[in-house]
Design a protein around this ligand. Structure first.
Ligand SMILES: [Ca+2]
Length: 294
């Protein structure tokens, strides 16, 4: 079975929660194995709210990590976290492992190559990539990725224009700088799903009112559903094949300007990166997600 680590900003936008349900359902069904979730945006109730949501999904065997330093990256106001935290009232941020360390541990200890999903900021995956040998593994991050990570799936960037700007690369300097580091150094294939792909696909619009996920959407201010950037990336990764998931790919090399997070792409049939373009109408991808979260 394929194993995944998820990185999420689990903060202001609620499409992360939709994506988390997709992953939890796939994990519980034995479709994939979710090893851990690393939170890359820290607010006071980050860990409690994630554990709380996992508890409502009946998922108790997933590691949780957090980048505590990300609390300083920008001042975020939690939208849906306080209510979710009520489902895990005993948890605090101190109950989570450092996210970079968790990535290293899960990658090193996995008997098979893992896949990494990123639906938030870039500093944790870049930190794991550039990490040095330690008590967990004698391998550097680059070597760990080369030997033990099969692929990275990343929701980030805006690929329908040169110099496109998207939140996960641009929100603050910490993520812009680390996006550059990641794109320049990752030794394994990366598939990007950009802002332009998910923006007009609305999911979570068919949930019953007593659903915890529906309440998170309401708390965010999206009672009629939300753009599907993060759940589209997760569904794509679970299917595991871009064409089978309903996308064409453009292959080449991605680059991010560290100064402002703007992204650029040079096409090359042998390049290590690719970004996806939808082959079908938005309703196709909406149904992909809604069928998995209902
Ligand atoms: Ca996100």
């Amino acid at each position: 079975m394929r194993s995944f680590i998820l990185g999420s900003d689990w903060c202001t936008d609620c499409d992360d929660v939709v994506a988390m349900r997709v992953l939890c359902r796939a994990h519980k069904a034995g479709e994939i194995n979710l090893l851990g979730v690393g939170i890359n945006t820290c607010v006071d109730v980050s860990v409690a709210s994630l554990y709380g949501f996992l508890a409502t999904e009946g998922v108790t065997d997933v590691a949780v990590g957090i980048d505590m330093k990300s609390a300083d990256a920008r001042r975020f106001e939690p939208k849906y976290q306080p209510r979710l935290a009520n489902y895990a009232p005993d948890k605090t941020n101190a109950d989570a492992e450092d996210a970079v360390r968790m990535y290293r541990r899960l990658i090193a200890n996995s008997p098979t190559r893992v896949e990494i999903l990123e639906i938030g900021f870039t500093q944790v995956i870049a930190g794991a990539l550039m990490s040095q040998p330690d008590d967990i593994s004698p391998l550097s991050g680059i070597e760990l990725f080369r030997q033990k990570v099969a692929k990275v799936w990343m929701m980030a960037g805006k690929w329908d224009e040169e110099g496109g700007k998207e939140y996960n690369f641009c929100c603050h300097q910490l993520t812009s700088t680390n996006a550059t580091t990641f794109c320049d150094n990752c030794p394994i294939p990366v598939t990007f799903l950009g802002w332009e792909v998910g923006n007009t696909v609305i999911s979570g619009n068919e949930l019953p009112d007593d659903d915890v996920l529906k309440q998170a959407l309401i708390d965010h201010g999206s009672p009629n559903g939300r753009s599907s950037w993060d759940p589209m990336l997760v569904v794509l990764a679970i299917i595991g094949n871009e064409k089978a998931a309903g996308y064409s790919v453009t292959r080449g090399r991605a680059r991010v300007d560290a100064s402002d997070g703007s992204n650029y792409f040079t096409e090359n049939a042998a390049g290590p990166h690719q970004y996806v373009t939808k082959l079908f109408d938005d309703s196709y991808y909406q149904k992909q997600i809604n069928d998995r979260i209902s």
